[in-house]
Write a protein that binds this ligand. Structure first.
Ligand SMILES: [Zn+2]
Length: 201
């Protein structure tokens, strides 16, 4: 069956297109590279993807990726549970932790609202956030979305939603570079933006 290997190659090429910013040409180059020079790496990639799919879930409280019921931060009793910082992605939690400027807990939206594409609220974990806010006593909610058009739109949606809750609501100060994604802001600037956060409710 001479077509069999070709079919497997096309299947691999097609599967690789699931990766962000990978079109047909790049996918084909990747497939050739894996099969020609990186067979051991490809085996590890398959095993790593399978393990991650089985083991990685969303934290019950903050929605970030983790392997148990709760992530390390949510399970840490030293943190202040009454101060909740809302960020877009797990990488933002890592940036905040590196800046060492927030002693509370987090909620990770796992996305952002894109005003250019009709501001679809399904893009963020709003329902889980609402149930979190309803179930736990929170004194301050810090909105720490990116300073981009999408981050601003997401912050606006959140500020509207939070009108219905008694907690004080703040947002990071605009000391950050315009168009700034938290991920690329240095720790000192990020810490400053948290310390100088402003009340929005
Ligand atoms: Zn968590």
């Amino acid at each position: 069956m001479s077509t069999k290997s070709t079919d497997a190659l096309s299947r691999l090429t097609n599967a690789l297109k699931v990766l962000p910013n990978v079109g047909p040409k790049t996918a084909q180059r990747m497939a050739y590279e894996l099969l020609q020079h990186k067979r051991a790496g490809a085996e590890e990639l398959v095993a790593a993807i399978q393990a991650a799919l089985l083991q990685v879930h969303h934290c019950r409280l903050c929605n970030t990726f983790c392997e148990g019921d709760l992530c390390d931060i949510c399970a840490d009793h030293e943190r202040n549970p009454k101060r909740l910082m809302i960020v877009q992605m797990p990488v933002d939690v890592a940036s905040m932790e590196a800046a060492n400027c927030h002693d509370g807990l987090y909620f990770v939206l796992m996305g952002q609202v894109n005003p250019a594409q009709g501001a679809d609220l399904q893009a963020i974990a709003l329902e889980k956030l609402i149930s979190r806010l309803q179930q736990y006593e929170i004194e301050e909610v810090i909105i720490a979305t990116n300073f981009t058009a999408e981050g601003d739109a997401t912050a606006y949606i959140l500020s509207q939603l939070l009108q219905n809750f008694p907690a004080k609501v703040t947002r990071l100060a605009r000391g950050m570079p315009l168009g700034g994604e938290l991920e690329y802001v240095d720790a000192g600037t990020l810490a400053q933006a948290v310390y100088e956060r402003r009340n929005i409710k």
